[in-house]
Design a protein around this ligand. Structure first.
Ligand SMILES: Cc1cc2nc3c(=O)[nH]c(=O)nc-3n(C[C@H](O)[C@H](O)[C@H](O)COP(=O)(O)OP(=O)(O)OC[C@H]3O[C@@H](n4cnc5c(N)ncnc54)[C@H](O)[C@@H]3O)c2cc1C
Length: 408
């Protein structure tokens, strides 16, 4: 059985690893447009912060692939796909046939239509090359404007600030981390980040970037101007669908897959940031891992398992501030109960969202003390309604409740 995987990010390489574990006789080849073996994308932030080198973040040594008989072809973009012929084309014009194909093409940084965003001095962060370029340009003492106060924007801001770079973050929404936090949680986080020396501007955005001598000037929608030495655009990612789309495989925001991760073409699967399931592209590693596990089963002939969407869970550490967001955090439909505990002096904010007496979402800013308990309560579907008033009160033993002991 010949399996071809396009893309050597976490989704592609995990699919290969689990597939050969299931069937060591598989003939697996991974093609990668990037010239590097699989590396940890989250650790690109540490690279920008100067804490690690490119070699440090490579996940497996070369022998790892050889031992598993996984062939890797780096620096080679798959240019064309013919599902009816079961073959792909490489830039040299060579064609390669497959029995099963896994599209793990990931995503790329998205840059909104801002005039001047394609000029020198404007950066994005998605690949190793992006990270090296940004690290080398953002030397201590320079002024950096980060456009986007989402997870990645805040992590990059913290990494640069830690190296003595002067950082301002601009977020178009009225609050930070609009997808993961609510208003109160974002306020607690913002105050703590500013205390650490990063300036935050919310409710504004950049409409044009213009050069001014060696510096850049961002013209803001509010009418103001912000000057910086360089600009980092962190406005989200878009799935790489071109290869599939050009082969007439059904795509929307991502490559559309069913519960077997099968695309609209026979024997072609999609996983990770490239794949869209039930209208959603998660763009996070837990989803990529869950999909890779299932795709490995599919390509080795086990079609019994089906994909169930994950509960999104994010944890980040912005200059040492723990922020966790799980499940439904900003209820949009009636029937949800929100319970909050705020300790502004300590920079701590906790929130639980309940439906039918069960925890369906949580925000934790500044402390992860309740993380284990919340994960257990959510995965077990424990009915907490008898304790609703006390859940986040000081001294209440949430973990005991989660472990089905009597809370003190
Ligand atoms: C800086 C940063 C920090 C992050 N931090 C976190 C975090 O803390 N937690 C979390 O859950 N997620 C995080 N993410 C998101 C996470 O990295 C992605 O969800 C994950 O990388 C998706 O994996 P993937 O294998 O689907 O795609 P990718 O990692 O994007 O890999 C896809 C690969 O396919 C290659 N490719 C594309 N098209 C072709 C082609 N035609 N031919 C050959 N090769 C091709 C691409 O070049 C790329 O190397 C972060 C992302 C970034 C950029």
């Amino acid at each position: 059985m010949k399996v071809v995987i396009v893309g050597n990010g976490v989704a592609g390489v995990t699919t290969a690893r689990l597939a050969v574990e299931r069937d060591p006789s598989l003939d697996v080849t991974i093609y990668s447009e990037e010239p590097y073996h699989y590396y940890s994308r989250p650790r690109l932030v540490d690279l920008v912060g100067g804490q690690v080198t490119p070699a440090d973040i490579q996940v497996y040594p070369e022998e790892w692939y050889a031992e598993r008989h996984i062939r890797t072809v780096l620096n080679t973009r798959v240019t064309h796909l013919e599902p009816a012929e079961h073959r792909i084309t490489l830039p040299s014009g060579e064609t390669v046939s497959y029995d099963r194909l896994v599209l793990a093409t990931g995503a790329r940084a998205w840059v909104p239509p801002i005039a001047g965003a394609d000029a020198p001095g404007v950066y994005t962060l998605r690949t190793m090359d992006d990270a090296v370029a940004l690290r080398d340009a953002a030397t201590p003492g320079r002024r950096v404007l980060v456009l986007g106060g989402g997870l990645l924007g805040l992590e990059v801001a913290a990494a640069l600030s830690g190296r003595g770079v002067e950082v301002t973050v601009v977020e178009v929404f009225p609050r930070l981390l609009p997808r993961q936090l609510d208003q109160e949680g974002a306020e607690v986080l913002e105050e703590r980040i500013e205390r650490n020396g990063v300036e935050i501007l919310t409710g504004d955005s950049c409409s044009a970037i213009e050069p001014e001598g060696p510096a850049r000037v961002c013209k803001m929608k509010s009418g103001g101007m912000l000057e910086a030495d360089l600009v980092v655009v962190s406005a989200g990612a878009r799935s790489n669908v071109a290869l599939a789309q050009e082969a007439d495989i059904v795509c929307a925001r991502g490559i559309v897959v069913d519960e077997h991760l099968q695309t609209s073409a026979p024997d072609v699967y999609a996983v990770g940031d490239a794949a869209e399931f039930e209208g959603r592209v998660w763009g996070i590693i837990p989803a990529a891992l869950a999909e890779a596990r299932l795709a490995a089963a599919q390509v080795t002939g086990d079609e019994s398992a089906t994909y169930h969407d994950i509960v999104p869970s994010t944890t980040l550490k912005v200059t040492g501030i723990e922020v966790t967001s799980i499940g439904e955090v900003n209820p949009e439909t009636p029937g949800a109960v929100e319970i909050r505990a705020v300790r502004p002096g300590e920079g701590v904010y906790d929130k639980l969202v309940l439906r039918d007496g069960k925890v369906v979402g949580a925000i934790m800013v500044g402390s992860r003390a309740n993380l284990r308990a919340v994960n257990l309560l959510m995965s077990r579907g424990t009915d907490v309604s008898a304790y609703q008033e006390e859940l986040l009160q000081d001294g209440f033993d949430l973990l005991a409740l989660a472990q089905q002991r009597t809370p003190a």
